[in-house]
Design a protein around this ligand. Sequence first.
Ligand SMILES: NC(=O)C1=CN([C@@H]2O[C@H](COP(=O)(O)OP(=O)(O)OC[C@H]3O[C@@H](n4cnc5c(N)ncnc54)[C@H](OP(=O)(O)O)[C@@H]3O)[C@@H](O)[C@H]2O)C=CC1
Ligand SMILES: O=C(O)CCC(=O)C(=O)O
Length: 413
Amino acid sequence: MKAFEATRYFFCKAADQLDISEELREALLMPDREIQVQVTIRRDDGRLANFVGFRVQHDHARGPMKGGLRYHQEVDLDESRALASLMTWKTAVVNLPYGGAKGGIGVDPSQFSKTEIERMTRAFVDQIHDIVGPDTDIPAPDMGTDHQVMSWFRNQWEKYHGFNPAVITGKPVEEYGAKGREEATGRGVGTLTQKLIKRLGMTPEKTRIAIQGFGNVGSHAAKFLHEGQFPIVAVSDITGTYYNEDGLNIQKLLRHKLAHPKGLLEGFDGAEHLPLDALMKLDPVDVLIPAALGGVITDDNVDTIKAKVIVEAANGPVHPGADEILNERGVTVLPDILANAGGVTVSYFEWVQNRQHYRWSLDRVRQELDHTMNEAFEDVWQMAAQHEVSLRTAAYMIGISRVKRATELAGLA
Ligand SMILES: NC(=O)C1=CN([C@@H]2O[C@H](COP(=O)(O)OP(=O)(O)OC[C@H]3O[C@@H](n4cnc5c(N)ncnc54)[C@H](OP(=O)(O)O)[C@@H]3O)[C@@H](O)[C@H]2O)C=CC1
Ligand SMILES: O=C(O)CCC(=O)C(=O)O
């Protein structure tokens, strides 16, 4: 099943609970605008290289559209469309004054030099600068992009439109970035995992966690949960799974990643090295946190998963068929549009600070992030209990209701 079809399935399941007409469903699902552009650069060796860039602007009923930029070989129009619609429901679940967008470039960034990535980013901005802006569509980091890419993006955009750091978030802290944005998605995942585990009557010290992906989100979630006394028994990156049944030394793993020339876990000696797909099947594991690509839990591998709780740090990691099976088995799934909303929440704080020309302390960012995430969790938990639906359906119900209301107030429905 393709990514947008999966998102559509989850949307419709929640829309059935809300009694939304067929025509309004179509209006809410249909993206406002989709753009596909040529991104051509000259490589360091003088050859030309061509890529395709995408930006999908899904919905702006609640405010300017917001969502990350992904540099990955699997980026295409369907994936960008799915991720943009997730952003619409996500920003609504945490009640930010935004709509949803997403985009990126279909490229494997590990195959290109830093200067090539810079040229690629600038060439992409040349193509899309007139459809993004602080009041229309505000990009941010996602897989394969970081604060450096955000900085190049802003610099190139400002060449056309003049000074305005609020055009993009996730910037370096010394260049109008918010303190705490880099850790924000992982911190939000950690905060809600802790809360969920407590709610389910489980004990942190006895709750074994496995995390797929050790990039921005996975590594910060691991750090936060490790500090909260959870044993992290396995993590993975593209070089494989690293397992220690007594719990990994996360500080040592972070130091190893920092010291590795490509930021990989390859060669880490404090763990058993297992194949990439071993992480999903580990037993015993209580909480599985997918924090890499989408579509990793499908009808084909769902039966091998032993965890009792799945926290979706990644966007769209569970396919609808697998989601139904997990629900039937009584596995609790904390959905992406709630679990990983910490990133866009602190992006919002960054945008607010940029617009006010004012800086918040790290303590204030963390305090407000924790407050926003806790409030959204309680809303979703209550909705699920009231309607006897899964946490995913409850989160979609809240997101869709808020977007529907804004659409109606604007006089469009
Ligand atoms: N960054 C953010 O603020 C937000 C991100 N997300 C979502 O979180 C997920 C991760 O994003 P982010 O951490 O930013 O991305 P990064 O690029 O920083 O990290 C991705 C990680 O996933 C690993 N990875 C890639 N493919 C596999 C695989 N097949 N098996 C195991 N590991 C793999 C990468 O390994 P390697 O380094 O070896 O390639 C890397 O460790 C994405 O789904 C993203 O949409 C959601 C909300 C906000
Ligand atoms: O920080 C943002 O604005 C968006 C982050 C993002 O792309 C996501 O939440 O999936």
